[in-house]
Design a protein around this ligand. Structure first.
Ligand code: BG6
Length: 552
């Protein structure tokens, strides 16, 4: 054997191996950096900041905000340095407040096992400041406190102010913060989160916008509607615009009607004082339900930019056919729950709830029919309803498609149902398509069957809470999922004639409905004008006085 040739071969093998290892290392590095890219783009860490929550001893803070912040922290999505300052009217020391927040996280966290062990670390980043929201002097003290914390902890000047107070304080707090120089962005961003309801009517919402615009810029204002933070509400956009099969059918040529329901089984609980001044129209319809209408009915946006999406939602609101004051009685049904028995347990009526006037005419249920005057939806009725103390908690959007033009087949019983696409927002988040199939056997007997998808089947995917998503977005300055000034005002403009008509015509009935039922009977009459036998989709039966469980 020629040793020269042998040596040569060995060298080639060694060089080959070195190349293979180098290539492997190269690809590994590319993959690793790719993975990092993916991770960092989906879990960007916000800049250091201080979060100030006004109304820190209230329900919203303990049930939603603090558990959401804790959850973000356990997922490493909070800034490197962040302090939460709770501001309230109660006299509390910081230890007491931290303990309350720790208990709140334990009680209300959605993912119990994730991060509860870290709750006490989180409590260490929480401070408390008592103040009188009307006193300018107290805002000066708040500013000094913020500056002290910021210097001691090296946080810098970024601040988020969250108004989790009764709505009549939004103006006062924003004005006083501004007067104390706390809206000034020279040393870092200052963002104001305003909870819903944003105003009580068109005029007050316009006024609040005007006042805020005199103090700060529109891009500093985040009007929160927590429905927009729900994963399944955002999925409306993906369902419509990522799938080629739905969009061609999504219009008046194929859609017969659209139904949106947001039902709650709970009553007003301990929020009677607030609710009695608000009612279901202001509390749910003007914001959550109309936003769902907006996303269901909008045109495809040109991009996913905040303004591109909000412009399209605004156009839907601008196209809502105003309900004339004289038509309100026919198109809008209001109700109030009365005492009843649910699964054998007595349930109190609305008028006997804490904080509610015994003669109250505030509606705990609203059902309405309206139209959107544009090329896509002209003539298609939209039915929306919401209520407290209904048989179950369910929020869904139902697209009812038109029937075939000629009925070749007959069902065993009754008429063909028509196809329905049910987008379940909560609970048991998912989608269901109802369509007709031939029942095996002789002849052509047609049966309505389901094709469904449930989020819970994606076993390893965690659905983040709405407040987690929204708080994170504010930290990053992304306002896509927040309502703009013109959107809010246009939504109020649509609601205004209903408010006016109810105010001017006390003879318009507030129907009673037994707690645990699907609301007042006349709400069915809303659909009668569209065709015989039409009714709302009932995901489960009434539970009042029955031992029936509600199955979704
Ligand atoms: C709030 C309303 O905005 O939404 C409450 O003020 C209502 O009255 C709640 O109960 C419903 O939210 P969710 O997320 O439970 O459907």
């Amino acid at each position: 054997m020629d040793p020269g040739i042998n040596n040569h071969g060995l060298k080639a093998v060694v060089i080959g191996l070195i190349w293979i290892r180098a290539l492997a290392l190269y690809f590994f590095l590319i993959l690793a950096s790719g993975e990092n890219l993916i991770k960092s783009s989906s879990m960007e860490k916000p800049d250091n900041l201080i979060i100030v929550i006004f109304g820190a001893t209230g329900d919203l803070t303990s049930r939603k905000l603090v558990p959401a912040l804790n959850s973000l922290r356990t997922q490493n999505m909070m800034p490197e340095k962040c302090t939460l300052i709770g501001v309230g009217r109660s006299d509390k020391n910081v230890e007491e407040f931290r303990k309350n927040m720790e208990d709140a996280v334990k009680a209300f966290s959605e993912d119990k096992e994730v991060g509860l062990s870290k709750v006490s670390d989180f409590a260490g980043c929480i401070e408390y400041q008592r103040m009188d929201f009307q006193s300018q002097e107290d805002y000066g003290k708040l500013r000094q406190f913020i500056e002290k914390i910021s210097i001691e902890r090296g946080i810098g000047g970024n601040i988020i102010f969250y108004m989790a107070t009764p709505p009549d304080l939004y103006e006062t707090i924003s004005t006083n913060l501004s007067k104390a120089g706390l809206g000034n962005q020279s040393d870092g961003f200052k963002r104001f989160i305003i909870e819903k309801p944003f105003g009580y009517d068109l005029e007050s919402s316009q006024r609040l916008n005007r006042v805020l615009h005199e103090l700060i810029r529109e891009d500093q204002i985040f009007r929160i509607d927590h429905y927009l933070g729900k994963e399944t509400v955002q999925n409306l956009l993906v369902t419509r615009f990522a799938n080629g099969i739905f969009e061609p059918l999504w219009n008046r040529n194929y859609v017969h009607r659209i139904e949106i329901t947001s039902a709650e089984s709970i009553g007003v609980e301990d929020r009677g004082g607030y609710y009695d001044k608000s009612g279901a129209l202001r509390d749910m319809v003007q914001n959550h339900l109309l936003q769902m209408v907006g996303l269901t009915a909008m045109e495809p946006p040109s991009s996913l930019d905040a303004d591109a999406i909000r412009n399209e939602v605004l156009k839907v609101f601008q196209s809502l056919q105003p309900i004339r004051e004289e038509d309100v009685e026919k198109q809008v049904i209001r109700g109030q729950y009365t005492p009843s028995k649910i699964r054998g347990e007595c349930v109190t009526g609305y008028r006997y709830e804490k904080g509610v006037d015994v003669h109250s005419r505030t509606e705990t249920y609203v059902a309405m029919r309206f139209y959107i005057n544009n090329w896509r939806w002209g003539g298609v009725p939209f039915y929306v309803r919401t209520g407290k103390r209904l048989p179950t908690r369910v929020t869904e959007v139902v697209i009812h498609f038109k029937q075939t033009p000629h009925h070749l087949f007959q069902r065993v019983i009754g008429k063909l149902a028509g196809n329905q696409l049910i987008i379940r927002i909560q609970p048991d988040e998912g989608m269901l398509l109802k369509f007709d199939m031939k029942e095996p056997g002789t002849g052509f007997v047609v049966k309505n069957v389901n094709m469904d998808f449930h989020y819970k089947d994606l076993a390893d995917v965690r659905v983040p809470s709405a407040y987690e998503r929204l708080l994170y977005d504010v930290m990053l300055g992304d306002s896509t999922l927040f309502s703009r000034d013109d959107e809010v005002e246009t939504a109020w403009k649509f609601i205004e004639p209903i408010q006016r008509s109810w105010k001017n015509n006390p003879s318009i009935k507030v129907y009673g409905y037994a707690a645990g039922t699907w609301g007042p009977e006349p709400s069915n009459s809303l659909m009668e004008s569209e065709g015989e036998g039409l009714s709302w989709r009932y995901p489960c039966k009434n539970m009042a006085d029955e031992e029936l469980y509600c199955e979704l």
